[in-house]
Design a protein around this ligand. Structure first.
Ligand code: ADP
Length: 232
């Protein structure tokens, strides 16, 4: 689970300071799929960057663990954060962010390579993951030979291949037609459920938000009123 308390983030903009998060608290249970919603500028990306340990320069407390009695404070040192990101976190982006010169198989194997797995095991696990997302026929294709929906399925395979406990997704269906978007939503739900993965998904897509277990709504860097009842 993830517990965060009173998260605050200000960006410096010239001589001014922009308060992007104004003290948000919450708990996300292990295996939960949460939609993070809110209008543009409400603080979704800022919160995702903090939860995903991409931004360590924030105020407030955050802890990760299997359950409430086994929580460890989130790392604040860049090396510790990088280590935890490699082992425990997966990321899915709106624009897929695949490495263009790598094949689908190489893209999916890459997180396993970073984690020091042997080449044979990397290839085996990446191939299995691509088969699970329905791309067993496209292992050796480069991203520019795949459709947007196929590229996002490769990105989902890459995000999940090392069995992370948390996947952070930023508008994963925003660049897709509705059929591909539905496939991507189904895949994230099905694979996440199978592995007990927690998902935090920033989305404007009502189809995506409705299929999640819960919606958390940000407005101007704070939870909208209905979220207050469960926020810590
Ligand atoms: P969302 O993802 O909901 O669109 P963001 O987290 O990107 O919201 O932005 C929240 C607020 O922080 C907005 O007012 C935005 O302009 C501001 N902001 C985001 N990133 C920066 C930055 N790097 N520098 C200055 N202001 C920023």
């Amino acid at each position: 689970m993830i517990r965060f308390e009173n998260l605050r983030k200000c960006y410096a903009l010239g001589h001014q300071s922009v308060a992007a998060l104004k003290g948000v608290s919450g708990v996300i249970e292990t295996g939960e799929m949460v939609a993070l919603c809110g209008p543009s500028g409400s603080g979704k990306s800022t919160l995702l960057n903090i939860l995903g340990l991409l931004d360590l320069d924030y105020q407030g407390e955050m802890a990760f663990g299997e359950n409430a009695s086994a929580l460890s404070p989130a790392p604040r040192h860049p090396d510790d954060a990088a280590r935890l990101r490699r082992c425990q976190l997966g990321f899915v982006f709106q624009k897929f962010n695949l490495v263009p010169v790598m094949t689908a198989l190489e893209n999916v194997a890459y997180p396993l390579h970073l984690n020091g797995m042997s080449r044979a095991a990397q290839q085996r696990q990446a191939r299995q993951m691509l088969e699970k997302v329905g791309l067993g026929e496209c292992l050796h294709q480069r991203p520019d030979h795949l459709s947007g929906g196929q590229q996002q399925r490769v990105a989902i395979a890459r995000a999940l291949v090392h069995r992370p406990s948390l996947v952070i997704a930023d508008e994963p269906t925003a660049s897709l037609d509705s059929q591909s978007a539905n496939q991507v939503i189904d895949l994230m739900k099905c694979l996440g459920h199978e592995a007990g993965t927690t998902f935090v998904i920033a989305t404007h897509d009502p189809r995506m938000a409705q299929r999640c277990d819960r919606q958390m709504n940000l407005l101007d860097g704070q939870w909208m009123q209905e979220e207050m009842q469960w926020a810590v």
